[in-house]
Design a protein around this ligand. Structure first.
Ligand code: SAH
Length: 252
């Protein structure tokens, strides 16, 4: 007996379903969507509105600017989506845990998430608690809605799904895959504005190329992202000195 794994599916709750698939309808993700490697369902939160004006938001309790997505409307929209308990329920939110490649890989390996896109000043806390929404941030800046954040999250997941990237392996060597940033890339022409491709890369010596790339990755990570570098196991301690980095304050 063969058990077919269910197709990875993103269910998005939004006030702007017309924003989907948007950029996910082209290139890698779009071709994969077209060939059924993943599925996307964009559901209109407004379909769960109950009054004549189909209103979904109201003024914040306690006062202040803006509007808040109503708990009853959003809860009804979540319930109507009928996602099983095995699927993660995410709320895009600047207060959330910052999205990482590790979390993206987890989400890509699962059945695919329900994603709630906030708008206005955000959503009523009771629906976050009552429906067990996991708040996810895509960075320390504020967007006007969760849709672009959801598109970013889905894009990052979809490219990791089996069969989506041309070469299965190409996800394994890129930025963050080992907690490091990616090494510099080069292609033709051999000489560009007087600058040649580094000799080692055209040497044909695969071991030397691998060693050079590893060293470049480590140096870049140490220089640009000390937060990531601090987490890398088995690193060469003073790799940071290979690149111009801010002076270590404890030196001298
Ligand atoms: N008043 C809120 C911001 C609301 S922005 C606050 O200060 O925290 C409106 C919506 O955009 C949010 O509900 C969220 O869904 C989305 N959003 C904004 N910035 C985001 C970010 N960095 N990551 C993920 N979602 C974000």
């Amino acid at each position: 007996m063969t058990t077919q794994a269910p197709i990875w599916r993103a269910t998005v709750l939004t006030l702007f379903p017309e924003m989907f698939p948007g950029p996910l309808g082209v290139s890698l993700a779009g071709r994969a969507l077209g060939s059924g490697l993943w599925e996307l369902e964009a559901r209109d939160i407004r379909a769960s509105a109950t009054d004549r004006h189909r209103s979904v938001d109201d003024t914040p309790a306690g006062g202040g600017p803006g509007m808040v997505l109503r708990a009853d409307i959003l809860a009804a929209a979540i319930d109507a989506a009928e996602v099983g308990p095995e699927r993660p329920r995410l709320l895009m939110s600047p207060r959330g845990r910052p999205l990482t490649q590790v979390r993206v890989a987890e989400l890509a390996q699962g059945p695919g998430p329900l994603i709630v896109c906030g708008r206005f000043e955000g959503v009523d806390q009771r629906v976050i608690d009552g429906r067990g929404l996991e708040e996810v941030s895509i960075g320390d800046y504020v967007l006007s809605g969760g849709e672009i954040a959801a598109l970013a999250l889905i894009d990052a997941c979809v490219r990791l799904l089996p069969g989506v990237m041309g070469k299965e392996a190409s996800g394994a060597e890129e930025s963050f895959s080992e907690g490091l940033l990616e090494y510099p890339q080069y292609t033709r022409p051999q000489l560009f504005e007087g600058v040649p491709i580094p000799q080692v890369l055209i040497s044909g010596d695969h071991a030397k190329v691998a060693a050079w790339r590893r060293a470049e990755s480590e140096a870049l990570t140490a220089a640009r992202r000390p937060d990531l570098w601090a987490q890398v196991p088995g690193k060469v301690p003073n790799r940071a000195s290979r690149q111009k980095t801010p002076k270590n304050k404890t030196d001298g």
